[in-house]
Design a protein around this ligand. Structure first.
Ligand code: GLC
Length: 545
C-alpha cells in the first residue's frame, strides 16, 4: 500500500474534483487516500478543518455527502481505500451542542467541561501541558454568555468533549458509523490520547482512553469489520505502542511512526544516523503485525520528541540540541540550505517545532534561488534518499500531496490575518497543476523527482522482501552518516544503504556474496560500499545456483 494525504480544496477544489483526479493519484502509485478534514467548519476558526461544526455535513464549498459516497465508490473500483479523520476530542464552538451549552442548557453543558469559577481550571493548568503554548495558551476559555470556563485543550474555539457523559460516547459512535456508511475504509482517530480528562493528571494517555478505543474497535469489528482504525498518537514510542492493544484486546490497527519521522530529520541536520539506527532496531523488535504509517511530512509541525536519553549518551544536550535543529532547518546553522519556519516558538520551554515542505526542508527552494545546479542536484538527491529510506521501512508509507513533484513552501498564509500565526500553513499550500504538467519532461525538477520516486515505489511493490512479514534489521556500516537496512523474506534479501551526508562516504556493511543494485541494475559489492553525497543503493542478493 502507498498512501497520500491531501486537502480536498488544495488538491482539486472539491470532492468531485478529487474524483476526477483519481487517475493522477493512480499514476503516482497511490492506493490509500487520506482526505484531510472536509466537514463543516467555520471559515476562519477552523484549525485546518479540525474544529468540526457538524460531523454529518460536508463543508459547503467542498460538496456534500453524496459526493463523498461517489468518491469512495470510485476509489473502491480502482482498488483504492479512503481514510478520513474522526475528530473525537472536541467540537467547534459552533457545533449544535456548543450552541445549546452556551445558552445554558444543562444537558449540553454536561457534554463539555464547564466550571463556574477558575478553581478547577487552575488545578488542571498546573499539571496539564499545553498543545499550543504560544498561539493558544492555556487549557480553558471564559464563555461570557454562560459565565463559565470551558475546557479548550487546543484552540479556544475547540471545546473538549466530556466522555464521562455516556451520551457523548454514544452520539460520537453514531457519527463514526455514519461516516463509515459513506464508504470510508480507514478512520483516523484524531488526537486520541487526549480524549479522557481527569483532574490531577496530565490528561494524556489515561487508562480510560484505551477503554474507549477498545470499545470503538469492538463496535467497528461487529458493525463494519472491513474498517480499520488509525490512531493519531504523536508521542514517544512507549506511549504509542500501547494503542495497538494486546492480542486478546486489540485497539488500533495502525499508528503513525512519529518518532522515526522526527529522527529522520534529526539525522539530516546532524549527518548522524545513530539515533535513527537505534529507533529502527527498536521498531524491528516489535511484533510484525503492528502496522505503522511512515511519513516524512504531514499537515502538522515536526515536534522534536526525540530520545534525549540516547542522545545524551552521544553527548547531546536536549535544550541546545533542539535549538540547533531549529537553527538548522531555518537555514542558519550546520551548512544548511534548509528553509523552514518555526512553530510555537516558546522561549521559556525552548520547545519550538518546525514546519516546511519536504523539498524546502531538503534545500530545494534555496538551491533554486541560488541558480546553482550542483546545489540543486544535492537537494533533490537528499529528498529522494529520504523518501527511499521511508519506503524501505515496514508499514505503509504516506506521501504528502505535492511532495511527489517537489512542492515548495507556500508563504501566502503570511498575508492572512488569522493564519499568519500558524506556520503549519506554510506546508498546506495548493497543489500546483501547472508544475505537475512539467513533470512530463524527465529533465524538469518535477519530472526528476516524480520519476525517481515512482521507480523506488515500483521496486518496493514488486519485491517480496518489502512485505510486512520480512525480517528487518540494521547492519553496522562503521560510518555514522550511513545507515544500512536489511530486509529478508523467503529467499529474497534486499539491503538498503543510505548516506545522510552531503559528502562521499565509504562504509563497510561487510555483506558477502553478489548483489545487484535494483535502481541501476548493476552488480554492486556490498562488503565495502562507496556512496555519493546523499547517495543510496537498494541491493538485492543474487541467487547462487
Ligand atoms: C491533530 C491534528 C492537528 C489538530 C489537532 C486538533 O493533532 O493533526 O492538525 O490541530 O489534532 O484537532
Amino acid at each position: 500500500m502507498l498512501g497520500m494525504m491531501l486537502y480536498v480544496d488544495n488538491f482539486a477544489e472539491n470532492l468531485k474534483g478529487v474524483k476526477r483526479k483519481l487517475s493522477y493519484l493512480e499514476e503516482a502509485g497511490v492506493n490509500v487516500i487520506h482526505l484531510m478534514p472536509f466537514f463543516d467548519t467555520d471559515k476562519h476558526e477552523s484549525d485546518g478543518g479540525y474544529a468540526v461544526k457538524d460531523f454529518r455535513k460536508v463543508r459547503r464549498d467542498l460538496g456534500d455527502m453524496e459526493d463523498l459516497k461517489a468518491l469512495t465508490v470510485a476509489c473502491h473500483r480502482r482498488d483504492m481505500c479512503v481514510c478520513c479523520d474522526f475528530v473525537m476530542n472536541h467540537t467547534s464552538d459552533q457545533h449544535e451542542w456548543a450552541i445549546r451549552a452556551r445558552q445554558g442548557d444543562g444537558e449540553y453543558m454536561s457534554r463539555y467541561f464547564f466550571y463556574d469559577n477558575d478553581e478547577i481550571p487552575k488545578q488542571y493548568d498546573a499539571i496539564v501541558p499545553q498543545v499550543f503554548p504560544v498561539s493558544a495558551p492555556g487549557n480553558f476559555t471564559w464563555i461570557e454568555d454562560v459565565r463559565h470556563f470551558v475546557m479548550t485543550t487546543f484552540h479556544p474555539y475547540q471545546w473538549d468533549l466530556n466522555y464521562h457523559n455516556p451520551r457523548v460516547f454514544n452520539e460520537m459512535v453514531y457519527n463514526l458509523l455514519y461516516l463509515v456508511n459513506q464508504g470510508v475504509d480507514i478512520v483516523r482517530l484524531d488526537a486520541v490520547p487526549y480524549i479522557w480528562k481527569e483532574p490531577g493528571t496530565t490528561c494524556r494517555n489515561l487508562d480510560r482512553v484505551h477503554t474507549i478505543v477498545r470499545m470503538l474497535r469492538l463496535i467497528t469489528e461487529i458493525v463494519c469489520p472491513g474498517v480499520l482504525l488509525l490512531g493519531e498518537v504523536v508521542m514517544e514510542p512507549e506511549k504509542v505502542v500501547p494503542y495497538f492493544g494486546t492480542i486478546e484486546k486489540p485497539e488500533c490497527h495502525m499508528l503513525y511512526n512519529v518518532t522515526t519521522m522526527a529522527s529522520i530529520w534529526n539525522s539530516v541536520a546532524t549527518r548522524d544516523i545513530r539515533l535513527l539506527k537505534h529507533e529502527l532496531d527498536k521498531v524491528s523488535e516489535l511484533p510484525k503485525d503492528y502496522v505503522f504509517l511512515n511519513y516524512l511530512r504531514c499537515h502538522d509541525d515536526i515536534g522534536w520528541g526525540l530520545d534525549y536519553g540516547f542522545l545524551a549518551s552521544l553527548g547531546m544536550d536536549e535544550f541546545s540540541h533542539k535549538k540547533y535543529l531549529n537553527d538548522y532547518f531555518l537555514g542558519n546553522a550546520g551548512y544548511s540550505d534548509s528553509r523552514g519556519a518555526v512553530y510555537n516558538d516558546d522561549p521559556v520551554g525552548g520547545d519550538a517545532r518546525m514546519c516546511g515542505t519536504t523539498a524546502s526542508l531538503c534545500g530545494i527552494e534555496t538551491a533554486i534561488e541560488s541558480g546553482d545546479r550542483e546545489r540543486l542536484q544535492k537537494a533533490v538527491d537528499l529528498d529522494i534518499m529520504l523518501h527511499s529510506y521511508m519506503l524501505m521501512l515496514s508499514g505503509i508509507p504516506v506521501i504528502c500531496s505535492g511532495d511527489e513533484i517537489g512542492r515548495l513552501n507556500d508563504y501566502s498564509y503570511l498575508e492572512d490575518e488569522e493564519k499568519k500565526y500558524d506556520s503549519r500553513y506554510i506546508h498546506r499550500g495548493r497543489f500546483e497543476w501547472e508544475l505537475e504538467k512539467k513533470k512530463k519532461s524527465g529533465r524538469s525538477l518535477q519530472g526528476q523527482i516524480f520519476e525517481r520516486l515512482s521507480e523506488i515505489e515500483r521496486i518496493r511493490a514488486s519485491h517480496t522482501a518489502f512485505l510486512g512479514d520480512a525480517d528487518v534489521r540494521s547492519i553496522n556500516t562503521y560510518d555514522d552518516s550511513v545507515i544500512c537496512v536489511s530486509r529478508i523474506l523467503d529467499d529474497e534479501e534486499i539491503i538498503g544503504v543510505f548516506n545522510f551526508s552531503e559528502h562521499e562516504k565509504t562504509c563497510w556493511p561487510g555483506a558477502e556474496g553478489t548483489y545487484r543494485d535494483l535502481i541501476s541494475g548493476e552488480i554492486t559489492p556490498a562488503k565495502e560500499i562507496t556512496l555519493a553525497g546523499y547517495g543510496m543503493y537498494l541491493l538485492r542478493r543474487e541467487r547462487s545456483y
